[in-house]
Write a protein that binds this ligand. Structure first.
Ligand code: GDU
Length: 329
């Protein structure tokens, strides 16, 4: 079976491509390499370099490949950037999905797994958050993901494209062998930034917001290991290929860690001081996000292996120590 993976050169996409290949699937990757790395793409996959919004380019791929399912990661995913440049998010994320669905409809490809986000919920009324809870994004990134989910619903009704949206919470960690991992430029995510301070690449961590309504005043997030996420994508795709109906699933550990707790855990894992200072809140950040992932565990039979946040940080630290100059393009 051939699986098309837009965004397969990115952080989560490249881990999923490895997982697909390990499970015997044939993989074609599409990536414009804006944030991805060609060297992160498993050599057994075919890489098409280009943008999913380019219809001519996408038609060529759909003509050439006989695609059974699509696992779609391509898009922009930085909350603060989306606050400053919302149009970029609606163009890249929403228009990107529209083009992809047009291709899928034209070439009769009926199965789609999509990278959604906990950001669709906004500020939750209670935690842990269930898939049926209210969605009310507090930033354009989350809004773009929610719009896409709604488009997918109508694409199912009109064209019979079955889809699963996976709403991930905070992703961390790296491949077990440390060959691929999280490497954004500029980096904005908490765990890699904390580790850059540990490496001496940054002077200190700034902790955004200390007066949230949480145990220590800092934001609480639910961390999931990237290898467990890769596994969930393959399970979701198999669910669709086996006749499963369109649905939405949360992916998280159901445990929350405050930003201070992440800092403490990173100090323990790296055995470094990691200087930190308190800073103003970052616009668009909900106070607490914790997943109820019961549905993914029961319907998809998802069984995460790395639920311990120290293991996630340790895995990210192994990657960082193996790649002191980051990944090369
Ligand atoms: O230098 C930093 C960087 C981050 N943070 C804080 O660390 C927490 C986590 O921030 P990240 O940027 O690492 O992650 P987000 O929670 O913003 O975003 C993640 O979760 C979202 C769901 O809300 C989306 O899924 C998104 O793709 C994913 O990266 C936030 O409280 C943030 O304010 C800091 O204090 N200092």
């Amino acid at each position: 079976m051939t699986i098309l993976v837009p965004g397969g050169a990115g952080y989560i996409g490249s881990h999923t491509v490895n997982y697909l290949i390990k499970n015997g699937y044939d993989v074609a990757v599409v990536d414009n390499l804006a944030t991805g790395y060609s060297k992160s793409v498993n050599p057994k996959a075919r890489l098409y370099e280009g943008d999913i919004r380019d219809k001519e380019f996408m038609s060529e791929i759909f003509d050439k490949e006989s695609i059974d399912a699509v696992i779609h990661f391509a898009g922009s995913s930085i909350v603060p950037e989306s606050m400053n440049n919302p149009i970029k998010y609606f163009d890249n994320n929403v228009y990107g999905m529209i083009t992809l669905l047009e291709m899928m409809e034209k070439y009769h490809v009926k199965n789609l797994v999509f990278s959604s986000s906990a950001a669709v919920y906004g500020e939750p009324k209670q935690v842990p958050i269930k898939e049926s809870d209210i969605t009310n994004p507090t930033n354009p990134y989350g809004e773009s993901k929610l719009i896409i989910e709604r488009i997918m619903k109508w694409a199912d009704k009109a064209y019979g494209i079955n889809s699963v949206a996976l709403r991930y919470f905070n992703v961390g960690g790296a491949s077990v062998d440390g060959s691929i991992g999280e490497n954004h430029n500029p980096e904005t995510h908490l765990i890699p930034i904390v580790l850059q301070v540990a490496e001496g690449k940054r002077d200190k961590l700034q902790i955004y917001g200390t007066n949230y309504d949480t145990n220590d005043g800092t934001n609480i997030r639910d961390y999931v290991h990237v290898v467990d996420l890769a596994d969930a994508h393959v399970l979701a795709m198999q669910y669709l290929l086996n006749g499963g109906k369109s649905d939405v699933f949360n992916l998280g550990s159901s445990h929350g860690f405050s930003n201070m707790e992440i800092l403490d855990a990173a100090r323990k894992v790296t055995n470094k001081g990691i200087p930190a200072e308190f800073a103003a809140r970052r616009p668009g950040d909900p106070a607490t996000l914790i997943a109820d992932s019961t549905k993914a565990r029961t319907v998809l039979n998802w069984q995460p292996k790395y639920e311990n946040v120290e293991k996630i940080i340790q895995s990210a630290w192994n990657f960082v120590e193996k790649h002191p100059n980051g990944l090369s393009k």
